[in-house]
Design a protein around this ligand. Structure first.
Ligand SMILES: [Zn+2]
Length: 119
């Protein structure tokens, strides 16, 4: 419990964010419908959380986890989302989003500029 940084797996963070987004969205909507339209301001929270969610990146190769690339007949398509709201692993570097990223997992993708210097 004495860790300075709380490091949780991307997959867990995505699940927590999804639950928060849904509960705030429905909670805020219900309050606005039944009580007061002032509660519509609560909906700003799930919107902000959604932006955070879609900006989540693979900790290893920095690719946004909801950005998918598919090659069909030699043509590359890039799209956001997909059928699975919580991806299991990175589709570029196969990093398991259920795991906590550690420096030993590092691979060199493209540039070596932001590699940590240790020792
Ligand atoms: Zn990756």
């Amino acid at each position: 419990m004495a860790t300075t940084k709380s490091r949780i797996p991307i997959r867990k963070l995505a699940i927590v964010l999804l639950i928060l987004i849904l509960s705030n969205f429905f909670g805020g909507s219900l309050l606005a419908v039944y009580y007061n339209q002032v509660f519509l301001w609560i909906l700003a929270l799930p919107i902000a959380l959604s932006l955070w969610l879609v900006s989540l990146r693979c900790p290893r190769c920095r690719k946004p986890i909801y950005k998918k690339v598919k090659v069909v007949f030699g043509v590359t398509f890039t799209y956001w989302g997909g059928f699975n709201p919580i991806p299991d692993k990175c589709d570029r570097c196969q990093f398991d989003f259920g795991k906590i990223y550690q420096s030993k997992d590092a691979i060199s993708v493209g540039s070596n500029k932001n590699l940590e210097q240790r020792g």
